[in-house]
Design a protein around this ligand. Structure first.
Ligand SMILES: [Zn+2]
Length: 380
C-alpha cells in the first residue's frame, strides 16, 4: 500500500493527505512528522513523503525516514564549542599521533593513513606501480603516509585499539579504512593473497576492505556497544576502483556514514550540493554526515573558507538531504569565531532563507540559535 503526503509549504507545516483514510491518518502523519519519520525528497516549496506499509509497519516498527538535522564539531583538541549537538575529537588523525579519548565525545581514528606507524615500520608502506604511498609521492593525492591495507600486525593492533577507544568514549568514527589509491597494494603479501583468493584484482581488494570493516564493526557495535561511523572520501563513483570500497557492503556494518568534504574554500557550492545528492542516493537509509573545513591547524585567517561560503554550502547540502553537518577546526575557539561571524551575517542568513524548505529553515534556525551562545557576534 502506498501513500503520498504533500505539504503545500514545507515551512508552514500545512499538510494534507491525498486518499481516503482522511483525518485519522493525517493526524498520524502530522504526529510522526514532529517526532521523526518520513521525508524522501524536498524542493523549495514541496515536501513529498512516501510511506510504504510493510510487515514491519504492521508490527508497529515504523522505519524512521526523517530525522531532524544534527550538528557537530570536529576538532583536533579535546574542546567542545557550545551550541552543537555532538562533538567528534580527532583521537588518532592521519599523522598517527594518539591522544586519550574523551568520555563525552566521539573519537575519530584514521586506520591506514598513519605517519607514525609508517616511520616506525617503513616496510609496511603500501606499494604500487607508481611507487609507495609516502606523502611525498605526487602520483597520488596522498596527504599522509598510507600503510598496506592487509598488514596483519597493524590490522590486529588497530582492532584492539579501536575497541579500547570505543569503550572509553561515545563511539568511533573512522577515516582511512581502505587501500591507498588505484594500483595499491602490490606488496608481496598482497600479491599472494590476491592469487590465493581466486578473485579479480578489484574484487579481492573489495573483499579485504569489507572483511576488515566487519571485524571493526563487530568490535565497536557488538562488543563495546557504541556508535560506529565509517568515513569515506568524497568520490561516489570510483571509490571501488580507487580504494576497494563498495558502499553497499559497508552500509549494514555502520550506523552512519561520514563524508569528509574538506576544502579551503567552498566558492562553487554547486559541486558540493551535487556530491551530497550523490551520496544520499547511494547510502539510501544510512544517515549521511558531511564535515566541512572551518579552520585547520597552522592556517591563517586568509586561507580558510569565508563565513558566507560555509553558510551557503551548508544550506545547499541541507536542501540536498544531508542528515548531519560537522565543522572542523583545530580548537573550539575557532568554531566560536565562526559562530559569531555567522550570527552577525544577517544579510546572508536572510538571502539563504529563500533557498529551500524545512531542512534549510532548520539549519538557519540552528544558526540563529547561536545568538544565545555567542551573543550578536561580529562579521568576518
Ligand atoms: Zn600490501
Amino acid at each position: 500500500m502506498f501513500f503520498q503526503v504533500f505539504a503545500a509549504s514545507a515551512t508552514s507545516g500545512d499538510l494534507y493527505m491525498r486518499g481516503s483514510w482522511g483525518i485519522f491518518l493525517n493526524a498520524l502523519f502530522l504526529n510522526l512528522l514532529e517526532t521523526e519519520f518520513l521525508c524522501a525528497e524536498m524542493d523549495h516549496r514541496r515536501l513529498t513523503v512516501n510511506f510504504i506499509t510493510s510487515p514491519s509497519v504492521a508490527q508497529g516498527k515504523i522505519r524512521k525516514r526523517y530525522r531532524k538535522m544534527k550538528f557537530g564539531t570536529y576538532t583536533f583538541l579535546p574542546e567542545k564549542a557550545e551550541g552543537f549537538d555532538f562533538h567528534l575529537y580527532r583521537v588518532k588523525p592521519e599523522v598517527g599521533r594518539r591522544m586519550p579519548p574523551q568520555p563525552d565525545m566521539y573519537s575519530n581514528i584514521a586506520i591506514f593513513g598513519d605517519n607514525v606507524a609508517a616511520r616506525n615500520h617503513p616496510d609496511w608502506i603500501s606499494q604500487s606501480p607508481l611507487g609507495p604511498a609516502w606523502r611525498t609521492n605526487n602520483n597520488y593525492n596522498v596527504r599522509w603516509d598510507v600503510l598496506c591495507a592487509t598488514q596483519p600486525e597493524h590490522r590486529a593492533e588497530q582492532l584492539d585499539y579501536i575497541e579500547d577507544v570505543a569503550r572509553k568514549s561515545q563511539g568511533v568514527w573512522l577515516n582511512s579504512i581502505h587501500f591507498a589509491e588505484h594500483g595499491h597494494c602490490i606488496c608481496p603479501r598482497c600479491k599472494e593473497l590476491h592469487a590465493k583468493s581466486g578473485l579479480s584484482w578489484l574484487e579481492w581488494r573489495r573483499k579485504e576492505v569489507t572483511d576488515y570493516m566487519k571485524l571493526v564493526s563487530e568490535r565497536v557495535r557488538d562488543r563495546a556497544k557504541k556508535k560506529f561511523v565509517i568515513g569515506v572520501l568524497p568520490d561516489p563513483v570510483t571509490s571501488y576502483e580507487r580504494f576497494g570500497i563498495n558502499f553497499d557492503d559497508l552500509a549494514p556494518l555502520t550506523d552512519e556514514f561520514l563524508v569528509v568534504m574538506f576544502s579551503k574554500n567552498y566558492a562553487t557550492p554547486w559541486y558540493w550540493e551535487m556530491l551530497t545528492r550523490n551520496f544520499k542516493k547511494i547510502f539510501k537509509e544510512v544517515p549521511l554526515n558531511i564535515s566541512l573545513y572551518v579552520f585547520g591547524p597552522g592556517d591563517s585567517p586568509s586561507e580558510v573558507p569565508t563565513t558566507k561560503e560555509l553558510l551557503t554550502v551548508s544550506v545547499r547540502m541541507a536542501r540536498a538531504g544531508v542528515d548531519n553537518i560537522l565543522y572542523l577546526a583545530e580548537k573550539a575557539s575557532q568554531i566560536t569565531d565562526f559562530q559569531k561571524s555567522a550570527v552577525a551575517n544577517t544579510e546572508v542568513q536572510e538571502t539563504l532563507r529563500s533557498y529551500g524548505g524545512r531542512p534549510v529553515q532548520e539549519y538557519l534556525d540552528f544558526v540563529k540559535g547561536w545568538e544565545k551562545v555567542v551573543g550578536s557576534g561580529s562579521q568576518i
